[in-house]
Design a binder for this molecule. Structure first.
Ligand SMILES: *Cc1c(COP(=O)(O)O)cnc(C)c1O
Length: 225
């Protein structure tokens, strides 16, 4: 069930700090998403390509869809005609596929590079060492339909808030460094997506520009998605 009161107070808090809100609607049906849309929310996040592609035509066309999950290359085609941002680019082959499908659709797809900041080995994302080589390949090849707008990261699932804050600060440092080294003159490199229901306050403290919040708005999910 949508928690309208919590949505409103969260949105207000984020607006005051100039932080964007991605409402993570995975597992929730279109009626529920519409309820949140009616509160004024425009950006929604999904982590499965099929699910997103099914919801998209049933919902208002001014919604900005952000893809936030692990993306297989053969699924890019399903979301390329409409997705606004893919937050989880973690390998060059995926970037190439996004470029190809965006070109076919004659549009530009905004992307974030997902960086692995958590202790948890099962999480996706590039290690900080791999980051530079991915970014340089981007800049050397000619990507006309894919725009690297910043970084995304997921902290370790832990109650140790100091640890989470350190991980977020580490990602902030990577972001600042890349900005300086590679994108100093590019105003589109400006998004740092970090923070979810349990840790968005710490993420903002560390300099997040975009939080991805699901259960705080929509209530608990039936499965973890
Ligand atoms: C599900 C999910 C979220 C939102 O999680 P909540 O704890 O429900 O806020 C954020 N980011 C990613 C990548 C997710 O998969």
């Amino acid at each position: 069930m949508v928690n309208k009161k919590q949505y409103r107070s969260l949105k207000k808090e984020l607006d005051e700090q100039n932080v964007k809100l991605v409402a993570v609607s995975k597992t929730h049906d279109v009626n529920t998403i519409n309820e949140v849309y009616d509160l004024g929310q425009k950006i929604f996040g999904e982590n499965k390509a099929q699910e997103m592609a099914e919801k998209y035509p049933q919902l208002p066309s001014d919604i900005e869809w952000h893809f936030i999950g692990h993306l297989q290359r053969n699924k890019v085609k399903a979301i390329a005609p409409f997705v606004q941002m893919i937050e989880s680019v973690d390998r060059l082959k995926l970037a190439k596929e996004i470029e190809k499908e965006a070109r076919k659709n004659d549009r530009i797809i905004n992307c974030l590079i997902q960086v692995h900041i958590a202790e948890d080995e099962t999480k996706y994302g590039l290690s900080p060492n791999e980051l530079d080589s991915l970014v340089s390949s981007f800049l050397n090849d000619d990507y006309k339909h894919l725009r690297i707008c910043g970084l995304m990261g997921i902290a370790t699932l832990t109650h140790d808030r100091d640890k989470i804050l350190e991980e977020f600060k580490g990602l902030r440092n990577q972001f600042d460094r890349l900005k300086q080294e590679y994108f100093a003159n590019e105003d589109y490199f400006r998004e740092l997506s970090m923070g979810m229901t349990s840790d968005y306050d710490l993420a903002i403290q560390a300099g997040s520009t975009m939080v991805r919040v699901g259960s705080y708005i929509f209530g608990a999910r039936n499965y973890q998605g």
